[in-house]
Design a protein. Structure first.
Length: 317
């Protein structure tokens, strides 16, 4: 026996969350689907998708497909991460072992699973395969799954999926090479701005101000640091990356991203300096922290901001 709680109106689907509880035979009513936003799947709940035609499909199978799709795209992102810094084509040649150059068969290129079955080694030369490959596939699969659970099958999901894929590539390239390829960030600014015309609640003006605020704020910081110290403390790649984030997420996201990225970067940077010694010189890329801030904003930004503002409303606050 179950009771039905319905939420989130969609153009193509009605989502229904089935919770343990007292029996309810009430039909699903569209006027009960007025709540906006998705809070995710509750522990122990069974979730279904009700199509307009009336057929019911288990959401578990949908979520598995969504995760696999994200992991498969993650396999392509690995190609981008490997080849873009070397300015190689991401299309040709086909996937091959970086050590022996041998072509990788399709059955050895299954995301995550092939790495486990091959025990992290090339089938041809037995050379070691970096753990980065299954890690990128897993991260992208989980990101895709989280986006789908949060936004459902909507234009926002598709746009943010592309955005998060770009962040995954940028993060791993910046960690290894300390560069952010213009071939991702500059087209990303244009794509983010164009997408603002199709995403409800995200206007082109919001996106345009986000581009200016994102790029301009870090540009001022970079000039200020260079003027005070005589050294370049921030690369142009970070500036263009934050401009891309402003294009996709709007100007409201910029303060949150900068603050969260700076906070996490400071904690990790100070920890590494303490661990390595006071005189240790570290060059820590800022791009991954910006990417973390952007993803945190997508999933929890509004909740964190609301919580923070509520502190000022407390007695004595």
């Amino acid at each position: 026996m179950v009771s039905t709680v319905t939420y989130i109106p969609k153009n193509e689907y009605i989502f229904a969350l089935i919770l343990p509880g007292k029996p309810s035979a009430a039909p699903v009513r569209r006027d009960a689907l007025e709540i906006a936003g998705c809070s995710g799947i509750l522990s122990g709940a069974s979730v279904i998708i009700i199509h307009p035609e009336g057929s019911v499909t288990s959401l578990l199978s949908i979520l598995i497909v969504v995760f696999l799709f994200g992991a498969i795209v993650g396999s392509f992102l690995n190609v981008c991460i490997s080849r873009l810094p070397r300015r190689e084509s991401v299309v040709f040649p086909a996937s091959h072992c970086p050590q022996c150059g041998g072509a990788i068969a399709w059955y050895d290129n299954i995301p995550i699973l092939s790495y486990i079955l091959l025990r992290g080694r090339c089938r041809s030369c037995r050379g070691k395969i970096s753990f980065q490959y299954p890690l990128v596939e897993l991260v992208n699969g989980l990101l895709t799954l989280s986006l789908f659970r949060t936004f459902g099958p909507t234009p926002a999901f598709l746009v943010l999926f592309v955005f998060c894929c770009a962040l995954v590539v940028i993060t791993f390239i910046d960690l290894e090479h300390q560069i952010i390829p213009d071939v991702i960030s500059i087209p990303g600014i244009v794509v983010g701005f164009l997408c603002s015309f199709v995403i409800p609640g995200h206007s082109w003006l919001n996106s345009l101000i986000g581009i200016i605020a994102g790029g301009g704020s870090l540009l001022l910081v970079a000039y200020g640091y260079q003027w005070l110290t005589g050294k370049e403390g921030m690369g142009g790649g970070d500036i263009k990356l934050l401009a891309m984030m402003g294009a996709f997420l709007g100007w409201h996201s910029i303060p949150f991203i900068i603050f969260s990225a700076s906070l996490l970067g400071s904690v990790i940077g100070i920890s590494l300096m303490v661990a390595r010694g006071r005189d240790a010189k570290l060059a820590i890329p800022f791009g991954p922290f910006l990417a973390f801030g952007a993803i945190l904003y997508i999933f929890y930004g509004n909740r964190i901001i609301t919580w923070y503002l509520s502190l000022g409303a407390l007695p004595g606050g």
